[in-house]
Design a protein around this ligand. Structure first.
Ligand code: ADP
Ligand code: MG
Length: 397
């Protein structure tokens, strides 16, 4: 089952609607990280090369009231995009209406238009987020074909993806969405084995679906991070003041049983008294956590053990930092995992997860991975084995 992509489309002279993910972080009206704009460029450039008339749109943050609108305008993004493309990007500060329609009609081949934040439509009845059928139909009426390249919202059925798709003849994936499908979808559906997953992060509760699905798919699951302690508690061990979800202990017991040895937990742990970077730090065995201390990172023996296991892998998916990497004294585990993955050759290495992706990028390993997903929530749901609406809407070839 292959999905149709923008490569398969004949778009010469056609008006192409592209749902991009320009949901960039902003502070005081300035874009603080333009990665999502950069990631959208290949699709935009290809469509332009092919002679399309481009209409781009995206959401930006959440828009609940009229007052939210001033800080959530995509105008600055249009400007940034224009600089990156080296050509004019006509920005229409509306999400509908005659001005938008005429501007779209006036587009010539290889010209780009962007319209305002799709979630401006949420102020009056959540039309975008609730996939109002009239809105999807209206946006669809502006163009000839639809390309979805917004992986970040692929786990949601909104008017700007599913709504439009229901009202056009042809739906293709953009190059970024294609990449996400190929790597995350590929790892989950048909991984080259051995397939090893590294799961960390703060809570088991957030990752139950991922653990359950990957228990079926992966050959090994290496656990680190805050979620470890719920498992240790399930094993009847002392976890001190480490983060733990008491209501998930029973579930952790079941998962361990189900895992049948597939799950690996840390063998040593970095502990300290308070949730702080500045206290006294000790490395202890996993079954010797002092009752008044908390575990904030995996220890060196664990890193060595996990590194050896990773060396046997052909596919690795990583979701969730293995320690509180925001504290420099507890970042070694996460750095070590990055290094171990960076040193693998001929292995597909994938990061799915907002914080793990941020960690790898922040620690300088961005280029070392085969794929770093651009969607936190979407990659999590994809790893859970769920069908993503934004992927489902794309035509098969
Ligand atoms: P992702 O976004 O990659 O899916 P999560 O959101 O699940 O990851 O978790 C990231 C957070 O988990 C980080 O902020 C990190 O500090 C935290 N974390 C990792 N290990 C621990 C720990 N031992 N105790 C408390 N928090 C932890
Ligand atoms: Mg997160």
């Amino acid at each position: 089952m292959a999905k149709k992509t923008i490569r398969d489309l004949d778009v010469l002279g056609k008006t192409v609607l592209i749902r991009v993910d320009f949901n960039v972080p902003m502070k005081d009206g300035v874009i603080t990280d333009d990665n999502r704009i950069v990631q959208a460029l290949p699709t935009i450039k290809l469509a332009l090369e092919k002679g399309a008339k481009l209409v781009l749109f995206s959401h930006l943050g959440r828009v609940k009231t009229e007052e939210d609108k001033s800080s959530k305008s995509l105008a600055v993004v249009a400007k940034s995009l224009s600089e990156k493309l080296g050509q004019e990007v006509k920005f229409v500060p509306y999400t509908r209406g005659i001005e938008l329609e005429e501007a779209v009609k006036a587009l010539k081949e290889k010209e780009v238009l962007m319209f305002e934040n799709t979630r401006f439509e949420d102020v009056d009845g959540k039309k975008e987020s609730k996939n109002d059928s009239e809105l999807g139909k209206y946006w669809a009426s502006l163009g000839d074909v639809f390309v979805n390249d917004a992986f970040g919202t692929a786990h949601r059925a909104h008017a700007s993806n599913a709504g439009i798709a229901a009202n056009v003849d042809e739906v293709a994936a953009g190059l970024l969405l294609e990449k996400e499908i190929k790597f995350i979808g590929g790892a989950v559906d048909n991984p080259e084995r051995p397939f090893v997953a590294i799961l960390g992060g703060a809570k088991v509760g957030d990752k139950i679906g991922v653990i359950k699905n990957l228990l079926k798919k992966a050959d090994k699951i290496l656990i680190g991070g805050g979620m470890s302690y719920t498992f240790y508690k399930a094993m009847g061990l002392e976890i001190g003041t480490s983060i733990c979800e008491d209501d998930k202990v029973e579930l952790a017991t079941e998962l361990l049983k189900e895992a049948n040895g597939k799950i690996e937990l840390a063998v040593d742990i970095k502990v300290t008294k308070d949730f702080s970077n500045d206290g006294v730090i000790k490395v202890v065995d996993f079954d010797k956590i002092p009752s008044d201390e908390m575990g904030l990172d995996i220890g060196p023996k664990t890193l060595e053990k996990y590194t050896e296991i990773l060396k046997t892998a052909k596919t690795v998916v990583w979701n969730g930092p293995v320690g509180v990497f925001e504290f420099s004294n507890f970042a070694q585990g996460t750095i070590g995992v990055c290094e171990a993955l960076a040193n693998l050759e001929n292995v597909t290495t994938i990061i799915g997860g907002g914080d793990s992706a941020a960690a790898a990028i922040q620690l300088g390993f961005a280029e070392k991975f085969t794929h770093i997903s651009t969607g936190g929530g979407a990659s999590l749901e994809y790893l859970e084995g769920k069908a993503l609406p934004g992927v489902e809407i794309v035509d098969e070839v």
